[in-house]
Design a protein around this ligand. Structure first.
Ligand SMILES: NC(=O)c1ccc[n+]([C@@H]2O[C@H](COP(=O)([O-])OP(=O)(O)OC[C@H]3O[C@@H](n4cnc5c(N)ncnc54)[C@H](OP(=O)(O)O)[C@@H]3O)[C@@H](O)[C@H]2O)c1
Length: 254
């Protein structure tokens, strides 16, 4: 929980209209964050998440941004700073897998889109966030959490290898920025979910993937979005004041 005597944290959560991002937004609202939430196209669902966060006491700015458009990605931090005057946290959550299939059948255009949305957009947001937060640039420090995946290490063979490549790149973004900007008061960490019950699997072409994969998970079930959100809230909190460069794996034992 946050200290009521301190200014409220202001945290950006990308891809907050549903799934893991929505759960993160609602958890952070309950813990006293004001929020900048982004979505791509599902306005009604985004509005509903924003309303629940407002009902929990958060001030909320909702932004429609398609991260396939990197110029649009570059507008997020300025909009957040305009609205709240400062930003203390960033959660790079929005992501796509691409269609499930063998590596040799992956169209280059799809791989390029996955890398743009999953790597270059978070890089742009991270650059802008660090430029704002770094104490050696007049900022007040901050915390960034990148939502990666176990695919970064498994490579996701026969499934979505470019997605795995994108998440390995995101892990490198965490490692590099945590080391480069630790002296500037910016902590950067990764949360790596295992298979979690969201609509990302339907978009990949296998809606039943969470239940199909359950026998291969030591806890014999997929995760639920709220089970990912707690780790993100922890990493953004003062309880994690000495935690940077970490990767919290939340995957039922995998
Ligand atoms: N679910 C899993 O099993 C799993 C496992 C490991 C890691 N992850 C990671 O967790 C994160 C969230 O995944 P999820 O399962 O919650 O996904 P999801 O249910 O498919 O939700 C994706 C979210 O990202 C937004 N989004 C999608 N494409 C976008 C784009 N081009 N520009 C801007 N926003 C976009 C969506 O907005 P709209 O609603 O407007 O489309 C939505 O808010 C991703 O980074 C994913 O790789 C998920």
């Amino acid at each position: 929980m946050t200290d009521a005597t301190l200014p409220r944290p202001v945290t950006i959560v990308t891809g907050a209209s549903r799934g893991i991002g929505a759960a993160i937004a609602e958890r952070l609202a309950a813990e006293g964050h004001d929020l900048v939430l982004t979505y791509r196209e599902r306005r009604d669902e985004a509005d509903a998440v924003a309303q629940r966060c407002s009902d929990a006491g958060a001030k909320v700015l909702l932004l429609q941004v398609d991260f396939a458009d990197l110029d649009a990605a570059a507008t997020v931090l300025p909009a957040a700073i305009d609205a709240f005057g400062r930003v203390t946290g960033l959660v790079n959550n929005a992501g796509i897998t691409g269609r499930i299939g063998p590596f040799l059948a992956v169209p280059l255009a799809e791989a390029e889109l996955v890398l743009r949305i999953n790597v270059l957009a978070p890089m742009i947001l991270t650059q802008a966030a660090i430029a704002h937060m770094a104490v050696d640039r007049g900022g007040a420090g901050g915390s960034i959490v990148n939502i990666s995946s176990g695919a970064a290490k498994s490579g996701a063979p026969n499934t979505y290898l470019p997605y795995a490549m994108s998440k390995a790149a995101l892990n490198a973004l965490t490692t590099g920025t945590s080391k480069e900007f630790g002296p500037a008061g910016v902590r950067v960490n990764t949360v790596s979910p295992g298979t979690t019950r969201t609509e990302i699997h339907a978009a990949a072409g296998r809606p039943d993937a969470p239940d199909e994969r359950a026998p291969g998970i030591p806890m014999r079930r997929p995760g639920e979005p709220h089970e990912i959100a707690g780790a993100v809230a922890y990493l953004l909190s003062d309880d994690a004041s000495y935690t940077s460069g970490a990767d919290i794996r939340i995957a039922g034992g995998n």
